[in-house]
Design a protein around this ligand. Structure first.
Ligand SMILES: [Zn+2]
Length: 61
């Protein structure tokens, strides 16, 4: 488990041609540099607790 130990920020970007596509969302509160953690159906910021749902919530529970 020593492979890929270095965590680089460009890991969260994908290059398409000459365009950079962002794979991760930034926290709108903390600003660029703070990524939202991706969960099954939502994104959350570990810094400020911001929460963003990927899709409209379904009332299935
Ligand atoms: Zn935040």
């Amino acid at each position: 488990m020593t492979k890929g130990k270095k965590v680089a920020k460009y890991k969260y970007y994908k290059i398409e041609g000459d365009k950079v596509v962002r794979l991760r969302r930034f926290c709108p509160r903390c600003g660029p540099g703070v990524f939202l953690a991706e969960h099954l159906n939502r994104y959350s910021c570990g810094k400020c607790g911001y929460l963003e749902w990927k899709q409209p919530q379904k009332k299935e529970e």
